[in-house]
Design a protein around this ligand. Structure first.
Ligand code: HEM
Length: 375
């Protein structure tokens, strides 16, 4: 499996071809940590992440190279496994900058104006224990053990400085972020990621994904905003819906992924096209119609979500869904599309239960730590 460079103009794990597995975690910084302590944590995380991305252990001592009388430096479960395409992406939540009116780290004035908790959306059923966080780490890899090893060891390094707030495992990507990838499927059985922003579309990536040097604040240049939503899918109800109605709700054919206006998977949807009786071939309340840039002032985003199944609920239904992750130049892009989706016919089968937003600093140069320009 591949190893992706950790250093570069942008953090890895955004336009990197979406890997198969995810372990996502958010952290709250300890109330006793000061500014130097926070910088120290970011430095330690950066150093460890740069090693992990090469398939190395978290530090030179490793799992078995240290003293017999001390706990090993690395937890060991990735010994012998390759890098497996591991990417580690760090983000800063609104509460890192200021919480309860307190400027803990002297960075409140440097909070990006747009980095605030997302507004409430129609139908939100958010559980506080699955939201927010001062910091986040997205670990993606083609081997679940490698992704979990990364989050576990980074949590361990943070001991006493930041503690895990909530976390999410994902299996099966629900997007493609490169034209070299096949479009995967979500748990509704539909191809997901067809019209996503792809790494090769460099003009769209620059316009819709990266914070530009001319945007505010300057320290976030080359970065992005990450929105995470844990969306429960009531798949037992969905599985009782007729195929024709499933396709109408999405606006695409289930087999090929082609828009219902015709063509093949990558044909642009034609929202004007009508059937013999004069009804639009793509329903105006379909997901694709409402999420499409044409109805959203041209807004696009880079989606990078994962399927999840976390056991079952007390009614014997799978606790399944889509852990939605999107990267955008401004949170406004997500907000605009999510507001349009208030009319989405799919909502009958969806429940948004977790939500968080983070500013993802730009790329890290060797010798620097993540977010260095902020401090
Ligand atoms: C497109 C499924 C949630 C934004 C699609 C497509 C599917 C899909 C099957 C068509 C294929 C594609 O172009 O990728 C789902 C499911 C969701 C969900 C099952 C919830 C569990 C969301 C959310 C947003 C979103 C929360 C953003 C607020 C989009 C966008 C497109 C899209 C922007 C592309 C539209 C276009 O340009 O044609 N989604 N989606 N989706 N979805 Fe979702």
């Amino acid at each position: 499996a591949a190893a992706y460079p950790f250093h570069g103009a942008h953090q890895a794990g955004i336009v990197t071809p979406a890997q198969d597995r995810l372990h996502f975690a958010t952290f709250d910084v300890s109330t006793t940590l000061d500014r130097d302590g926070l910088v120290g944590l970011l430095q330690d995380w950066t150093d460890a992440a740069a090693r992990l991305a090469q398939g190395l252990e978290v530090s030179e001592d490793g799992a078995v190279g240290g003293s017999d009388y001390a706990p090993p430096a690395d937890t060991g479960e990735a010994l012998g496994l390759p890098a497996s395409g591991l990417t580690i992406t760090f983000g800063f939540g609104p509460t890192l900058f200021e919480a309860g009116g307190i400027d803990r780290f002297g960075i409140a004035a440097r909070r990006p104006a747009e980095l605030t908790a997302l507004p409430r959306f129609q139908g939100d059923a958010l559980q506080p224990e699955r939201g927010g966080g001062d910091l986040c780490i997205q670990a993606c890899a083609d081997d679940p053990q490698v992704a979990v090893h990364a989050i576990r060891n980074l949590s361990r390094i943070a001991f006493g400085r930041a503690s895990l707030r909530w976390s999410q495992l994902g299996f099966g990507r629900t997007s493609s972020t490169s034209t070299s990838q096949q479009t995967p499927r979500n748990l509704f059985g539909f191809k997901d990621g067809t019209a996503n922003v792809k790494a090769e579309e460099t003009k769209d990536v620059a316009e819709h994904v990266w914070v530009a040097a001319s945007d505010e604040p300057a320290w976030l240049a080359g970065g992005s905003y990450l929105v995470a939503r844990r969306i429960r899918m009531i798949i037992e109800n969905w599985d009782r819906v007729q195929l024709g109605e499933q396709e109408m709700l999405v606006g695409r054919s289930k087999g090929s992924g082609a828009p219902l206006s015709g063509g093949t998977e990558f044909t642009e949807p034609d929202f004007e096209a009508e059937g013999p009786t004069g009804t639009p071939l793509i329903d105006p309340a379909s997901h694709v119609r409402l999420a499409h840039p044409t109805g959203n002032g041209g807004a696009r985003m880079l989606r990078r979500g994962y399927n999840f199944v976390d056991g079952n609920d007390e009614l014997g239904r799978l606790d399944a869904g889509l852990f939605f992750l999107s990267f955008q130049r401004s949170p406004e892009q997500f907000i605009t599309v999510q507001r349009s989706l208030a009319a989405d016919g799919l909502n009958e089968y969806l429940k948004h239960v977790g939500s968080a937003i983070f500013a993802v600093p730009g790329g890290i140069r060797p010798g620097e730590h993540v977010g260095q320009a902020l401090f």
